[in-house]
Design a protein around this ligand. Structure first.
Ligand SMILES: CC(C)(COP(=O)(O)OP(=O)(O)OC[C@H]1O[C@@H](n2cnc3c(N)ncnc32)[C@H](O)[C@@H]1OP(=O)(O)O)[C@@H](O)C(=O)NCCC(=O)NCCS
Length: 149
């Protein structure tokens, strides 16, 4: 039997799986953070922008995104990929590809023409992944200011 990747909308019941997956990767459990992040998704993010991937009926990855209109002086609506993560034991099987393809397909259904994300300089795995998914470096400039504590 062919093993199936299944992408669906994120639900509140996914909270323990997200927390456990991050803890396996980073050693840090952040249940409150993720609970609030899911509440934010449910409250103000379009339903289609938060996704979960299952493999053999098991939680193996997630994507949190959003969509914003007329942001940064840009025309139309832009969708953002904010966080994407796949369980290390299930990487390299096309799971993140399925997540982003579902996200792109929903964005297209909503008339969106551009998808943004931010990747930090050192994160070559993310840079490679987004490049393989057809993302190119954009023209926006990233500004920041360090605050003295
Ligand atoms: C980057 C990440 C999402 C990729 O997930 P994945 O399920 O293994 O990716 P896929 O198998 O769907 O790969 C999709 C494409 O990207 C490429 N790719 C994925 N990871 C890559 C890497 N590290 N280096 C080079 N290419 C990579 C694949 O080769 C594939 O290319 P193809 O379409 O030409 O075959 C995953 O490694 C990850 O979760 N990294 C950590 C992200 C993180 O820190 N998130 C924060 C919350 S926990």
């Amino acid at each position: 039997m062919k093993r199936q990747i299944y992408v669906r909308s994120l639900e509140r019941r996914d909270l323990p799986s997200i927390v456990a997956m991050e803890e396996r990767v980073t050693g840090v459990a952040r249940p409150q953070y993720w609970e609030q992040r899911i509440e934010l998704s449910e409250a103000i993010r379009p339903h289609w922008t938060s996704l979960v991937a299952e493999f053999d009926n098991r939680f193996v990855g997630f994507l949190f995104g959003r969509a914003g209109e007329l942001e940064f002086g840009l025309p139309g609506t832009i969708a953002w990929v904010e966080t994407i993560g796949v369980d290390p034991a299930y990487r390299g099987r096309g799971i993140a590809r399925e997540l982003i393809e579902e996200f792109i397909s929903s964005a297209e259904d909503h008339g969106i023409k551009t998808i943004f994300t931010l990747v930090s300089n050192g994160q070559t795995d993310m840079q490679n992944y987004f490049s393989r998914q057809g993302f190119a470096q954009g023209k926006m400039l990233h500004y920041q200011k360090e605050l003295s504590s």
